[in-house]
Design a binder for this molecule. Structure first.
Ligand SMILES: [Zn+2]
Length: 284
């Protein structure tokens, strides 16, 4: 009996095996060592973040059913190249994604909804766990897509959130708006792996942060197998060495609480692995 590659992909077990989990554990301890989070003193908040990190590291991003199809990814890559990068002052700087010039351009291109950005710090209560959200509103004659970003976060994280919410705006125009009028971006990235629109929104961030040439150079790893923890560690470190200074972020020296450092590390690992999968699956 022959099995087509597509069949094999579908019936492949989603859960990583014991061997892969050992690789993930090895990788996690190396990464925590790198950002100086001591393994011995992990509180419950850090442990919750670690579960998300492990899921991101152990998932084979080429085998995620919610990964958008090739034509859609190619279209998004075109938007990033031709529309986004041309309208931001510094290439690669996610923080520039909020520039009025860019928002005006995208609003016209993907309207009829007008894009509006509200950037404010939310610190009180569970405020920090919220990175941002969008809502669609009809105000009088105008129909708007309002993006809220929590500026209490590190500027690099704010930029990623902004890119993510812009991705929702573009997805709504290219594919169709989902019924929900409000969507929140909170801590866990594992939840994004099961929703196409979330992965599309994250793809915008990944494409804006890394060129295909760079991914080729660093070497893309989308899944872990026995013995590959060190390869993925080195790729992640290369990516971090590039992205960190660009946004003035040093997770090893930062005074940020350990849970937040793990969360930002998870965020970076997610966008990097996703970027590698986009390159492998759509050649973008
Ligand atoms: Zn989202």
């Amino acid at each position: 009996m022959t099995t087509s590659p597509a069949m094999a992909r579908r019936i492949a077990p989603r859960e990583p095996d014991a061997l892969a989990m050992r690789e993930v554990d090895r990788l996690v301890s190396r990464l925590l060592g790198e950002i100086k989070v001591p393994f011995g003193s992990l509180g419950t908040r850090v442990l919750a973040q670690l579960a998300d990190l492990k899921q991101i590291l152990s998932t084979d991003y080429m085998d995620v059913p919610a990964l958008p199809q090739k034509p859609l990814l190619k279209e998004l890559a075109q938007v990033v190249e031709k529309d986004i990068k041309q309208h931001i002052p510094t290439y690669g700087s996610l923080s520039d994604l909020g520039s009025p010039q860019l928002l005006g351009h995208l609003g016209k291109l993907f309207g009829p909804r007008e894009l509006e950005l509200r950037a404010e710090p939310y610190r009180t209560g569970a405020g920090l766990s919220l990175r941002g959200f969008y809502c669609r509103a009809d105000l009088g004659e105008k129909s708007k897509f309002v993006i809220f970003v929590n500026t209490a976060h590190h500027p690099g994280a704010v930029g990623a959130t902004l890119g993510h919410e812009l991705g929702h705006f573009i997805y709504g125009s290219l594919v169709g708006e989902k019924a929900a009028h409000t969507a929140f971006m909170e801590g866990a990235f594992g939840n994004h792996l099961i929703e196409e629109d979330e992965l599309f929104a994250d793809s915008l961030v990944a494409l804006a942060a890394y060129t295909p040439e760079l991914i080729k150079k660093i070497g893309g790893v989308t899944h872990l197998k026995a013995g590959s923890a060190d390869v993925l560690f080195n790729s992640l470190k290369d990516a971090y060495d590039l992205i960190g200074p660009r946004h003035g972020l040093d997770l090893a020296k930062s005074k940020m609480a350990a849970a937040w450092r793990v969360r930002y590390l998870t965020s970076m690992a997610h966008f990097f692995k996703l970027r590698c999968a986009l390159y492998k699956s759509a050649g973008v």
